[in-house]
Design a protein around this ligand. Structure first.
Ligand code: SF4
Length: 359
């Protein structure tokens, strides 16, 4: 080695999620992918739970074929446009809940400290920046269990101001809602409400103990019943098995989301999941494709963790079923610069557009 050469350091390949059965062989994988293509593109029907189970077990060599089908399904169901969204944490940290992945929980000693609700001017400035990027959605996020009356008033005051100033569609993420709160948000102009299922019902109590999976599901139902679009995300990489990811897919189908943000765990210092291994890049591509094949018409959004999980494969995710992006920074972690993301879309010939559910 010359004086100027440095030793090359490559991240080791993380172990994939546990499964109760082995991968199928390449010939069976080809057959399963072809059958899925006929079902989704010719017969225009949803894949069954059994078909999804087989696809989740194709070998690594077949993941590019799975991804190629997912891309075709996305183009056929949603078109080539990509929806761009900015998110802003308007009330950060100090959350009474104990979600084991979250650095905003007051239960853990993390570097994220509680800060009060941002001023209207600060929120408006961020919304204007988001609009300048060509985005169509702006989501204001609060680290709370659910809104109290004062918080409801602040949210309902902000929504029309931002909408009228920027023309952006407003999304809100403010935790668990009552029926009355969901109605007031819908009437007040909230276009989409974010409430994640995060993980499968059977895994939920391992990562959250202060509220139940059913609490989350109930809010998801209220959002739709009151006429808002439901944005219902997931967080992969919290120790869930392949079977539990498949369970989550069927649970997501049941709440009928307009949008599904896919987050990959970015382990946060001080949280119980601080030392969890990150999801491998190829495994992430496999599951992006699986989400598209299970949910052909949803807006499938790249959310947190894609930078550390996918690294150079981020563009490949865009051709594996993703059709929406969060640009800029996430709630407590830094994302790529918006310019890098917009360049990626330009390079892929993917126009930025406004999307809504195509069913
Ligand atoms: S994920 Fe949301 S509810 Fe859970 S601790 Fe973090 S901010 Fe609170």
């Amino acid at each position: 080695m010359s004086d100027t050469m440095q030793p090359v350091s490559i991240s080791p390949r993380p172990a994939p999620a546990r499964s109760s059965r082995p991968s199928i062989d390449a010939a069976a994988a080809r057959q399963a992918i072809r059958a899925a293509e006929v079902a989704l593109l010719d017969e225009r029907r949803q894949l069954t739970a059994e078909e999804l189970d087989v696809l989740a077990h194709v070998p690594d060599e077949s993941v590019p074929s799975l991804a190629a089908l997912a891309h075709e399904v996305r183009l056929g169901s949603c078109g080539p446009e990509v929806e761009v969204e900015g998110i802003l944490s308007v009330k950060t940290g100090g959350c009474p809940e104990d979600c084991h992945f979250c650095s905003q929980s007051a239960s853990f000693d993390t570097p994220v400290k509680a800060t009060p609700f941002l001023d209207t001017d600060e929120v408006l400035a961020a919304a204007r920046e988001t609009a300048e990027l060509g985005a169509s959605e702006f989501c204001i996020v609060l680290a709370i269990k659910g809104p109290d009356e004062r918080t409801m008033d602040r949210i309902m005051e902000l929504v029309p101001i931002i909408r009228e100033d920027t023309g952006l569609n407003l999304a809100v993420s403010a935790g668990i809602l009552t029926d009355d709160q969901a109605r007031r948000m819908a009437e007040g102009g909230v276009h989409r409400y974010n409430h994640n299922l995060e993980t499968a019902r059977s895994h939920f109590s391992k990562v959250v103990t202060t509220h139940s999976w059913e609490d989350r599901q109930h809010t998801c139902e209220l959002v739709r019943q009151n006429g808002m679009e439901l944005c219902c995300g997931v967080l992969l990489g919290m120790g869930e098995s392949v079977d539990q990811r498949l369970e989550l897919l069927s649970e997501l189908r049941a709440v009928e989301p307009t949008e599904v943000p896919i987050n990959f765990l970015n382990p946060r210092p001080g949280t119980p999941l601080a030392d969890a291994p990150v999801v491998g890049a190829l495994e992430a591509i496999r599951w992006i494709a699986m989400f598209r094949l299970a949910l052909p018409t949803v807006i499938l959004r790249y959310a947190g963790g894609r930078e550390i999980t996918l690294r150079e494969l981020q563009a490949l995710g865009m051709t594996s079923g993703i059709n929406a992006l969060i640009v800029g920074n996430y709630l407590t972690t830094l994302g790529r610069t918006p310019t890098e993301d917009l360049q990626m879309l330009e390079d892929l010939h993917m126009p930025i557009g406004v999307l809504s559910k195509v069913i």
